[in-house]
Design a protein around this ligand. Structure first.
Ligand code: PEP
Ligand code: MN
Length: 340
């Protein structure tokens, strides 16, 4: 972090400013240029509120971070890719995984049928929401504990590890047998929840918020890692833009950028990005080509009757075709897909 001082500040005031910063545990050094004097800080500057230093010290013109505020998720600190281990299935560092299943668990018949079929097509994890965050309070909210129970039944039947969304930290005791805890887009900045899933010893799938920057996503991941849990998978699922032709806009550049800035695996959810079934396969192919470590695809045995997100869900045959299509593309990218 650097602070650029206003021109003509007397030496004594500069020293007082340096002493104030050093009293907070940082080292400083001074760079005296022809036009500006710059005070550089060394240490964990993530704890410093840059704006308040500028506002409270009239000799400061402006401040700037020269290193990213996220540390534990930063690739400079951890150059190797992180591999997340989901019950023996690994994601990241060349291992590609496909998570498939309905938006929400609706019945035993539905989740078992979908689980069997997506497994046969090559999916390596099963998804299904039991607690659903819905825009309308009158919409279907999921089957709650029953939904989790049915998901675990499908896991037992097929051996597929299961991924499901948590809405708040009081639900954590219900997630003991769940393999991956999903923190959804709407909860990406629920900091208490992030801290609690960080204390819980399970892989976390962290989805990017509807209108959040990549830095904000990485800072949310930082909450989880700094609470002790390094098993985090990042998920790009589309962001709000001015475009209305799609539900969201898939930010493809997020994939290489996140992988450059962080060591965590990155997966893509083209279903929520597009909102339209016909775009899921092309966006999935684009995600593979852009370097994603996995995909999450909403898949339903009868999308026309789905209680949630039917328009963006593939049916079982469409999912099978998608898997056939992407398998060789995944291999072409030098990645491996596991056989469950
Ligand atoms: C979901 O995965 O079903 C979901 C609600 O996703 P998001 O949080 O990305 O909207
Ligand atoms: Mn959904």
């Amino acid at each position: 972090m650097i602070f650029v001082l206003k021109p003509g500040v007397p030496q004594g005031r500069i020293e007082l400013f340096q002493q104030m910063i050093e009293s907070r545990g940082f080292k400083t050094f001074l760079n005296t240029g022809t036009e500006h004097t710059v005070v550089c800080l060394i240490g964990n500057t993530a704890v410093i509120d840059l704006d308040s230093v500028v506002q409270n010290n009239e000799i400061v013109e402006y401040g700037r971070r020269v290193t990213e505020p996220y540390k534990a998720v930063n690739r400079t600190i951890h150059p190797e890719d992180t591999m997340v281990n989901v019950n023996g299935i690994t994601i990241g560092e060349g291992m590609f995984q496909v998570i498939a299943g309905p938006c929400s668990v609706e019945s035993e018949e539905q989740i078992i049928a979908v689980a069997r079929s997506v497994k046969a097509s090559g999916a390596t994890m099963l998804r299904g929401g039991a607690f659903k965050p819905r825009t309308s309070p009158y919409a279907f909210m999921g089957l709650h504990e029953d939904g989790l129970r049915l998901l675990l039944k499908a896991k037992k039947e097929t051996g597929l590890p299961v991924v499901t969304e948590i809405m708040n930290q009081t639900q954590l005791p219900l997630f003991e047998e769940i393999d991956v805890i999903q923190v959804g887009a709407r909860n990406m900045q629920n900091f208490d929840l992030l801290t609690e899933v960080g204390r819980f010893n399970k892989p976390v799938l962290l989805k990017r918020g509807l209108a959040n920057t990549l830095e904000e996503l990485l800072m949310s991941a930082e909450y989880i890692l700094s609470a002790g849990n390094s098993q985090v998978i990042l998920c790009e699922r589309g962001i709000r833009t001015f475009e209305t032709a799609t539900r969201n806009t898939l930010d493809l550049s997020a994939i290489p950028l996140l992988k450059q800035k962080s060591h965590l695996p990155v997966i893509v959810d083209p279903s929520h990005a597009a909102g339209l079934r016909s775009l899921v396969a092309p966006l999935a192919r684009a995600a593979v080509a852009a370097g994603a470590d996995g995909l999450m695809i909403e898949t339903h045995n009868d999308p026309a009757r789905a209680l949630c997100d039917g328009a963006q869900s593939l049916d079982l045959v469409q999912f099978c075709d998608l898997m056939e299509d992407i398998k060789c593309r995944i291999a072409f990218e030098g990645k491996q897909i596991e056989v469950v």
